[in-house]
Design a protein around this ligand. Structure first.
Ligand code: NAD
Length: 296
């Protein structure tokens, strides 16, 4: 089968390369960044000339794109997937979106005879690379079943949440929790720093005690090394949290914690850290207190 992959950046790149390595499908990629394309064609994929070209040539088209507006352009725009794919094509979106966007895109696809799964992912670039990423799928059960082998070829866990929209709901709730954990970790680590405690020993305690979380582990690893190169850009984390807060608002759930984390992200973006890693929110504390949380 021919699989198209549009958006082969930090997440899409490694997931696409796992499809190339783990299946016999012919993979055709497209990205605005030629270096990102090359990292996939070097492994055996071919490159398409545009979104429309990939959409027209493939049986399944996958996207992993940064922002909801870009997803809408690439899917429903005049040169997009709905306008160019054959009826019967399956479209799978791995991007993080609002549930309402996923439903709107699915309707546009259905009008052209294209079936859609929304399939946001969690696990970051490390698990996208080692093929253990978690995929949260919304969409028709029979489309899910028939595309499960493809999804499994680049992931560790694939969970069908129900109709279109529920994949995004699960993803936004998960990420809201992860960002809250990471922000609490930044605050906790700065407390540790100012207390004078051995940070590596504090870290050993937390990783083995009740404060542990993947948000904590990622924050401590990045902060100790002072490595804020983007594996998950703050701008994208901010997008996810904004979508999660919009969902909380729609559902009437009071925001006691997540809006504070949103403010922390806004401060970090105001400091020019939008394209740095999302863990760079710790620099808000570091700058305010003129002290860095580094440890060897
Ligand atoms: P990224 O910016 O690294 O990659 C996105 C890619 O899309 C880039 O290579 C870019 O050139 C390409 N692109 C943008 N517009 C395009 C267009 N019109 N046509 C073709 N290509 C286009 O972003 P990422 O970190 O890989 O994130 C992708 C999605 O995955 C986002 O929705 C993000 O929220 C989600 N996500 C990211 C992570 C993470 O840890 N980075 C984890 C889970 C989910």
């Amino acid at each position: 089968m021919k699989v198209g992959f549009i958006g082969v950046g930090n997440m899409g790149g490694p997931m696409c390369r796992n499809i190339i390595k783990n299946t016999n499908h012919e993979v055709i990629v497209f990205d605005l960044n030629p270096d990102a394309v090359k990292a996939c064609t070097d492994l055996g994929a071919s490159s398409g000339t545009s979104v429309a070209d990939v959409a027209a040539r493939c049986d399944v088209v996958i996207t992993s794109l940064p922002l909801p507006k870009i997803v809408e352009d690439v899917t429903l725009g005049p040169a997009g997937i709905a306008a160019n794919a054959k009826p019967g094509t399956v479209f799978i979106d791995l991007s993080t979106n609002a549930p309402a966007t996923a439903r709107r895109v699915a309707e546009g696809m259905a009008a052209k005879g294209i079936q859609m799964l929304e399939a946001p992912v969690s696990g970051g670039t490390a698990r996208a690379t080692d093929g253990t990423i978690v995929i949260m799928v919304g969409g028709d059960a029979s489309v899910f079943e028939s595309n499960l082998p493809l999804l499994k070829s680049f992931s560790g866990e694939v969970i069908h949440l129900g109709d279109i929209g529920f994949g995004s709901v699960a993803k936004l709730i998960n990420n809201m929790l992860a960002f809250c954990n990471a922000a609490a970790a930044a605050e906790a680590l700065m407390m540790g720093k100012r207390s004078g405690i051995d940070l590596k020993k504090l870290d050993m305690v937390i990783r083995n005690a009740s404060g542990a979380s993947s948000g904590y582990a990622n924050m401590a690893t990045k902060a100790f090394a002072g490595n804020f190169a983007p594996s998950f850009a703050l701008d994208l984390a901010h997008k996810d949290l904004r979508l999660a807060l919009e969902l909380a608002d729609e559902l009437g759930v009071p925001g006691m914690i997540a809006p504070q984390v949103m403010n922390l992200q806004r401060m970090a973006r105001g400091m020019g850290l939008g394209s740095a890693d999302s863990s760079s929110v710790i620099k808000v504390y570091e700058t305010a207190l003129n002290e860095e949380v580094r440890a060897k």
